[in-house]
Ligand binder design. Structure first.
Ligand SMILES: [Zn+2]
Length: 93
């Protein structure tokens, strides 16, 4: 049983790398695999570059949200929505 389990664990790692992270194209054993951030496989430089750009855009928006705080913005939006609902209820009542 422990043999079987160990085999499963061994099999999981290559299985994780068998498809491009971006376009899900299967990665064959003989095809080139472009790694990014250590454990994210891509079928081509283009796919990897796209993921890098996506990540950079994310990082930029994170930085933006930490400085101008889009989290707070959406919070106040929720408060405004609650107020609107309450006002509406009051108006109806
Ligand atoms: Zn790809």
């Amino acid at each position: 049983m422990s043999y079987y389990y160990a085999g499963c664990v061994d099999y999981q790692e290559p299985h994780f790398l068998d498809a491009c992270h971006l376009c899900r194209k299967p990665l064959g054993f003989n095809s080139d695999i472009f790694m990014y951030r250590g454990n994210t496989p891509f079928c081509s430089k283009e796919c990897r570059q796209e993921q890098i750009e996506i990540d950079e855009a994310k990082e930029r928006s994170w930085k933006k949200s930490s400085s101008s705080s889009s989290a707070r913005k959406s919070e106040s939006k929720n408060t405004a929505t609650n107020k609107t609902v309450r006002t509406g209820t009051v108006a109806v009542a």
